[in-house]
Structures are given as C-alpha cells and as structure tokens.
Design a protein around this ligand. Structure first.
Ligand code: BES
Ligand code: MN
Ligand code: ZN
Length: 499
C-alpha cells in the first residue's frame, strides 16, 4: 500500500472513498472536514446527526454516498469520541476502523482528510497517527491461505493537508512504527514448524539488513563458551538447534546504551512438566518477546534515534526430548548462579537469566526484558495491560509513559522483598518457581537476580501478546505489543540526551 501526502482539498480527491473523522459534539457539523462535507452535500448530514445515526461515538462507522457532490462517490465517517478526550490514539483507532471499512467495500483508493489541529496536535503527529493506524488496522496474516477470488486490497491512500512536508514526515514515522509491530506480528503468528530458532534468526538477519541494524547470531557452541548453562538447559530437550540473537543500533556516543531482552521460545510444550493439550497451539507465540525486541530495532534505526540500543533474544524450543532437563535438575547460569529446576514449564525465566547476565556483561543499561512469561500476568490484567515489574520505580514510570505515547497500556505490580522467600532452594542459589501465589511477581523476582544492580524493568506480556478480537488498531491474532512502546522508550531516552 502506498501512502502519500497531497495538498489538494480532500473533497476534490479522486478516490473510491473519502475518510473523515467525526468528534462526538453537539456542533460536530460546524467545523473541519465534516463541515465541508456537509456543505458539499447541501446540509445532507444534518438529518443523520439529528437522528443520532451519526454521533461521532468511538468506533461508529457511517458510510454516506455523495451522488456526484464530491469527487469520491462514497465517504466513510468514523467517530473519534468527545473532542476533549481526543488524542493520537483515538485517531489511530479511527483510521484503522475506517481503513478496514473502506477495504471491505472493495475500495482501492482512499483519501483521508488530515484535520484536528484545533485540538493542539500538529499535522505531522496527526498524519503519523493516521498512517500508523491504517498499517496496523489493515494487517492480515494470510500468507498460508489460498488467495481470495476478489482480494480486497487498498492500494493507494492520500492524506490531504496544506502542510504536505509535515504530513510526509508523519507518514514515514507512523509507517516505521506500524511496520515494526506488523513484523513482530508476522513472526508471532507463524506456526512453530515453520519458525524454528534457525528460521527466526534468518528472518531477523533479513530485517536487520533492510533497516541498517547490525546483527550477530550465536549458535549453541558460542553460548556454551560464554557459560549460558541456563539457556542451553532449556534447549537440550529439542532437536532444533538454539540461537541467541544480538542486534545493535549505534546512534549515540561510544557507550553501551540500552539493552532490550526478549524471550524467544518458538514453541513451549512445557518440557517434561508438559502442558495440557487445550490451547497449547497458542504456545507458538511464546517467542513474542524476542519478536518485539528484534522488530523494535528496525523502527529505532529508521527513526535514526541518537542513542545506542542492543537487543538480545535467546531462542529455542521447550520440548520434552530424551535429553531434556527434568524437575530437580541443576543449571548454572552465565553469572555463576545455580538454579534448581522445579518445573520445566518455567523455561522463559531460564533463557532470560542468561540474556540478562549477558546484557550485564556487555554493560548495557537500563535493561528492559519482554516476555510471555506467566499465565498469572494474564489472569491479573487480561489482554488489556502488560504487567511491569522493576527494580527501579522511575524506570517503570518511564515505560508506562512511553506506553501512553505509543498507545499501549502497562500496569505496575509490586516487588516487595518478602516475595523472594518463595524462591529459596535447598540445593541451589534459587529455584525456578515460587508456587501458585503471586506467580507473575515471583517470576520477576527470579529475573531480578540476573539483572543485578542495573536499572531494569520486566514486561510480562502473557496476556497482551494476542488480541482476542479485531478492534481499532488491533487485529485478531498476534498483537505486536510492546514494539511501539520500546521504540517510544528509546525515543524519549534519546530526546532526554541519553546515548
Ligand atoms: N509461556 C508460558 C506462559 C504463558 C501462559 C504465556 C499462557 C501465554 C499464555 C510460560 O512459559 C509458562 O509456562 N509459565 C508457567 C510458569 C509456572 C510453571 C510457574 C505458568 O504461567 O503457568
Ligand atoms: Mn512454559
Ligand atoms: Zn513459555
């Protein structure tokens, strides 16, 4: 899909559909593009507004035929909600909803009016939100399905505004963010027989190549050389060779910079502590954390953020092979800590233990790890918010703030010292599970030992990695969370002068 700026008035655009946003206000027809449309239609929208059919409510979609009164034959009007609550995320969702509506009506070309500047947003920001929303909302994972006989594809979108250069800049930024989220979705949606650790590594290499990101792929021998006994312990149960990915963006001064670590379990059977069959197919997405950190590097590089960022992704299957680790086994992580494996299904923390140890070895700071780590996080926050746990409350607040800019929700859980007691082992420095209570927190408490003194935040996305239904920018399936927050976090750090 092609998205470009145009200085022509939207109402004069040659397109199959026009897309106009409406705020939920009594005087909604009095300003902006909706007023122009109403004038062009000789007041034809007034009865719709009077009857409540057109109210501007969030998600409301009204399709109007213009019977020759505008160049485009049809107009899609999408609600943004009340003007005082309107922000960039409302625009993203409305653009996504409107884009999908137009596509479902076999629209090949769409003209969008960029307005809303009276709400204190710049044309660049609004255009960015529209482009990001369209790319996110129009996402489809259909590569393994026979082509539809009438494939609905939006081929060309024009964003109409007087500020053509600002709109082009916004489009580029919005598409980088959405493109990264969609790449993460593609990886997470891919079945695990097709996306092995080796294949994940080669797709990451291709992605890095396209975005001018450095990449290094460690094999098991290299990981063994570094002493990654915890990561390699998980890998032992699988015939698929494990891979440890390292991606670097160098945009800042000569210091290590930020470290992002993502859990890359390409399939989680649970290992010897095997999972029940129901819903086990969802565990093909247990590499969503790795996908997110790898994908975010593409947008960070596109945006040329003046900061150094390194992404680390330990990737392996968790399988119950003959060589698999067993409950009671002892592993030694790269930082020298010994781990008693109580449950082989608590494998995410085992692979992240070595990723965090390695991040510390590289001197990266602060650290953010991203993982589909515990069912407990999903029970606590559902598919709405990602759990944040940190050894530094200021860092947690920064993550939450980056999420607000990105349009992704986070909620902090506590890290009181008392929770550490649940991880005490009789034979090792720590055990890998802490019982049923506070499962998301005890998993974070386990990871905290490997983050050490470095400022660190842990994002448990077990509930948010998948969207149950299509709504706004979310499309049923892998969510692409928290790619855009990771990019916005690096952006905020770079703007604050970190390197
Ligand atoms: N990958 C799972 C967590 C998960 C569950 C993600 C559901 C998405 C949806 C993780 O490896 C796991 O199995 N965690 C266990 C930990 C337990 C054994 C301490 C869990 O949450 O049950
Ligand atoms: Mn597991
Ligand atoms: Zn897992």
């Amino acid at each position: 899909m092609d998205i470009h700026a145009s200085g022509q008035p939207a109402l004069d655009a040659e397109a199959d559909h026009l897309l106009i946003f409406a705020t939920k206000d009594d005087d909604m027809l009095e300003g902006g593009a909706l007023r122009q449309l109403n004038d062009a239609l000789d007041g034809g929208l007034a009865p719709l507004a009077a009857s409540g059919e057109l109210s501007g409510a969030v998600n409301e979609t009204v399709v109007v035929h213009s019977f020759g009164k505008t160049t485009a034959p049809r107009v899609v009007i999408v609600g943004l909600g009340p003007a005082e609550r309107m922000g960039l995320d409302e625009i993203r969702h409305a653009a996504a909803t409107g884009g999908r509506k137009a596509r479902s009506l076999a629209s090949g070309t769409l003209a969008v009016s960029v307005d809303g500047e009276e709400c204190g947003l710049s044309a660049e920001e609004i255009a960015g939100a529209i482009a990001e929303g369209l790319d996110m909302g129009l996402y489809r994972f259909d590569r393994h399905q026979a082509p539809k006989q009438t494939p609905n594809v939006l081929e060309r979108v024009t964003l109409h505004s007087d500020s053509v250069d600002a709109v082009e800049a916004g489009i580029a930024a919005g598409r980088s963010l959405a493109g990264a989220a969609n790449f993460a979705r593609d990886l997470a949606n891919e079945p695990s027989n097709l996306l092995t650790p080796t294949e994940l590594a080669s797709r990451a290499e291709a992605w890095a190549g396209q975005h001018d990101v450095e990449i290094e792929v460690m094999d098991e021998a290299a990981a063994a050389e570094l002493g990654m006994g915890s990561f390699l312990g998980v890998a032992k149960g699988s015939h698929q060779p494990a891979r440890f990915l390292i991606l670097r963006h160098r945009g800042g001064a000569d210091e290590p910079g930020l470290g992002y670590c993502g859990k890359g379990i390409t399939f989680d059977t649970g290992g010897i502590s095997i999972k029940p069959a129901a819903n086990m197919e969802a565990m093909k997405q247990d590499m969503s954390g790795a996908a997110a950190v790898v994908a975010s590097m593409g947008a960070i590089a596109d945006l040329k953020l003046p900061i150094n960022v390194t992404a680390l992704a330990p990737c392996t299957e968790n399988m119950p092979g003959g060589n698999a680790i067993k409950p009671g086994d002892l592993l030694t992580a790269m930082n020298g800590a010994t781990i008693e494996v109580i449950n082989t299904d608590a494998e995410g923390r085992l692979v992240l233990a070595d990723a965090l140890s390695y991040a510390n070895h590289l001197g990266l700071s602060p650290l953010i790890d991203v993982a589909t780590l515990t069912g407990a996080a999903a029970v606590a926050l559902g598919d709405v918010a990602t759990a944040v746990m940190a050894n530094d409350d200021d860092l947690a607040a920064e993550v939450i703030a980056a999420g607000k800019v990105a349009g992704e929700k986070f909620w902090q859980l506590p890290m009181f010292d008392e929770y550490d007691e649940q991880l005490r082992s009789q034979v090792a420095d720590v055990k890998n599970t802490g019982g049923r209570l506070a499962g998301a927190i005890t998993a974070a408490k386990f990871l905290q030992r490997f983050a050490g003194e470095t400022p660190w935040a842990h994002l448990d996305m077990a509930g948010t990695d998948d969207a149950a239904k299509t709504r706004g920018t979310q499309v049923k399936g892998a969510s692409g969370v928290p790619v855009r927050s990771l990019v916005r976090f690096a952006e905020a750090r770079a703007a604050a002068g970190a390197s």
